[in-house]
Design a protein around this ligand. Structure first.
Ligand SMILES: N[C@H](CCC[C@H](N)C(=O)O)C(=O)O
Length: 282
């Protein structure tokens, strides 16, 4: 299987161009193999760049976590998919429509010398109904709901960007929080489809720093859908304004939640690292 390794703000996946390559028979097993940083290529999971199902669109993205589970959406991944399509002339356009598990999203590319540097994504509206996030926490959306985990109480705001997120604002972002409580919140019964967990420190009304524990992949250097959910949670809890810069371990993302049309826009980098071939189970 030919692949290309790419990352968005350090959130790295193995990408396969399924316009040319066959779709792997067992993508979950392939994701577990390629994501392994010792026995595979190394990455946070696998992303398939597929032809669109509707000819009016440009491509379709499928995303698998390092544990093989499939997610509805990946914010850093979709920017890399756009970069791949443009830079490799699969779809030589700077305005793209890409199908995802949460519907078709519109992307605009900033390019220079035939290569994509940054991508702006219309991430659509946040999903704020508890049953649709999904979570059993009270409220539509649940805002600062106390959740007790191992004797410590977290105030959780829950938001879906097509995939579920639990956001908690904290004073400091130490390892103990991310590694000690991330997996426990991810698998808490309040989240029937598990959840991505964001720990956030507010720096100013327009700036935040976050660390993420991702459903199915563990700590990653960045999470695009997570940054969108954090921007929404900052507004819902009156901590931040509708435009915010979010610092993640692997880079920065710019977010805006528009009051006029309820759409979240995410702008950030996308990078290609290397390409190769790997034998996969048939
Ligand atoms: N890193 C991704 C999200 C992966 C989400 C995945 N871990 C899930 O199960 O929903 C992003 O940039 O949005």
């Amino acid at each position: 299987m030919r692949f290309t390794k790419m990352h968005g703000a350090g959130n790295d996946y193995v990408y396969v161009n399924c316009f040319d390559e066959p779709v792997p028979k067992d993508p979950a097993a392939v994701s577990r193999l390629v994501a392994d940083r010792h026995f595979g290529i190394g990455g946070d999971g696998l992303i398939l760049i597929c032809p669109p199902t509707d000819s009016g669109n440009d491509a379709r993205m499928r995303m698998f976590n390092a544990d093989g589970s499939e997610s509805e959406m990946c914010g850093n991944g979709i920017r890399c998919v756009a970069k791949y399509l443009y830079d490799h002339a699969v779809v030589p356009k700077t305005d793209l429509l890409i199908e995802t598990g949460r519907g078709t999203l519109r992307l605009e590319l900033e390019t220079s010398g035939g290569l994509t540097e940054r991508v702006r994504v219309n991430m659509e509206s946040p999903v704020l109904k508890a049953a649709e996030i999904p979570t059993t926490l009270p409220g539509d959306p649940p805002i600062e709901v106390p959740l007790e985990v191992d004797g410590r109480t977290f105030k959780i705001t829950a938001v879906s960007m097509g995939n579920p997120h639990a956001i908690t604002f904290v004073d400091s972002l130490e390892d103990e929080l991310v590694f000690g409580f991330g997996p426990k919140i991810e698998n808490h019964p309040a989240f029937p489809k598990r959840v991505n967990v964001e720990f956030v420190k507010v720096l100013s009304p327009t700036e935040m720093r976050m660390r993420v524990w991702e459903r199915g992949s563990g700590e990653t250097l960045a999470c695009g859908t997570g940054a969108c959910a954090v921007a929404v949670a900052g507004v819902l809890t009156d901590r931040t304004e509708r435009r915010a810069l979010i610092h993640l371990l692997g880079g920065d993302l710019e977010l805006e939640w528009s009051e006029a049309d309820d759409v979240v826009t995410m702008t950030g980098p996308a990078a290609e690292v290397f390409s190769g071939e790997i034998a996969i189970p048939q």
